[in-house]
Design a protein. Structure first.
Length: 90
C-alpha cells in the first residue's frame, strides 16, 4: 500500500482555465470527486488560460493522483472536485 505525504490543505478546484491553480507549485496533486451522482472533467493547462496539457474524467466518488510540472495549473468542470498538494513517502 502506498502512502501519501500531505503537503497542503485540501481546496475546491477552480472551474475555469483562467482561475486554474498550481497548488503551491506542486508536482503531485491528489484530486477527489466528492459528487456521488456525476463524473467531472479535470484539466491541466500550461498556465492560467493557457494551452491544455491534458484532461481526464474523474468518476464520481473517486480520487486520482496527478503528476504535473510546477508551473502547470489544474481546474475542474465542477466545484465538487477538490485537490491537495501531496508527495510520496515510504
Amino acid at each position: 500500500m502506498s502512502r501519501l505525504l500531505i503537503k497542503g490543505a485540501e481546496t475546491v478546484m477552480p472551474t475555469s482555465s483562467a482561475a486554474g491553480i498550481t497548488f503551491d507549485n506542486a508536482t503531485v496533486v491528489r484530486v477527489v470527486n466528492t459528487a456521488t451522482g456525476a463524473d467531472h472533467l479535470v484539466t491541466v493547462v500550461e498556465s492560467a488560460g493557457g494551452t491544455v496539457v491534458g484532461s481526464f474524467t474523474l468518476m464520481r466518488s473517486e480520487s486520482a493522483i496527478v503528476e504535473k510540472q510546477t508551473s502547470h495549473v489544474i481546474f475542474a468542470a465542477n466545484a465538487a472536485v477538490k485537490g491537495t498538494k501531496v508527495g510520496y513517502t515510504n
